[in-house]
Design a protein around this ligand. Structure first.
Ligand SMILES: [Zn+2]
Length: 143
C-alpha cells in the first residue's frame, strides 16, 4: 500500500520518494542554500535527472514507505498554517536598524531597500521571514 503525505522541502531526506510536477523521483541528497532575496532554499538532488531548488517552506508530496531516518516522526507531519495570515517578511537596515514590514509581497523588499540606500547610503539589509507551521497527525482508524 502506498500513501502520500506532504512535507516541507527543508525536511526532505535522502531516500524519500516524492511527486513533483506529476513525476515520481527519489531523492539522492539535500542541502540548504540561500536565495538572492535572503530566504532559504532546499537544493534537492535526485537519483536521476536535474536537481531542483525549492523555497524551504514548499510543501512536497512524499510517497510512503517513509525511510528509516524519518520513522521517528511516525504519522506526524508539518504543514504551513495560514489560518493566522500568510507568511510575512521584515527587512532591517544593518547600519541604522530602521525596519520595514513587507507583508506577504516579496517585491516590497526592493521598493523599500533601494530608496533607503539611495537616501542614506546604507547598503546592507537583513531580512526575516515569519510564518506559522502546524504539526498534524494523519487520521487513523478509530480504536
Ligand atoms: Zn539605514
Amino acid at each position: 500500500m502506498s500513501t502520500e503525505r506532504h512535507r516541507l522541502a527543508v525536511l526532505l531526506v535522502p531516500g524519500d520518494r516524492v511527486t513533483i510536477d506529476g513525476h515520481r523521483r527519489q531523492i539522492k541528497a539535500t542541502r540548504l542554500d540561500r536565495c538572492a532575496t535572503g530566504g532559504s532554499v532546499a537544493v534537492i538532488t535526485f537519483q536521476s535527472g536535474p536537481s531542483l531548488r525549492l523555497p524551504a517552506a514548499t510543501l512536497v508530496q512524499v510517497v510512503a514507505p517513509v525511510p528509516a531516518s524519518a520513522v521517528w516522526f511516525g504519522d506526524w507531519s508539518l504543514r504551513e498554517d495560514v489560518s493566522g495570515g500568510p507568511p510575512t517578511r521584515e527587512v532591517m537596515c544593518t547600519t541604522c536598524h530602521e525596519r520595514y514590514e513587507t507583508g506577504d509581497d516579496p517585491a516590497a523588499l526592493t521598493t523599500w531597500c533601494v530608496p533607503h540606500a539611495g537616501r542614506t547610503g546604507h547598503t546592507g539589509f537583513r531580512t526575516t521571514a515569519t510564518g506559522f507551521l502546524r504539526a498534524v497527525v494523519r487520521p487513523g482508524p478509530v480504536r
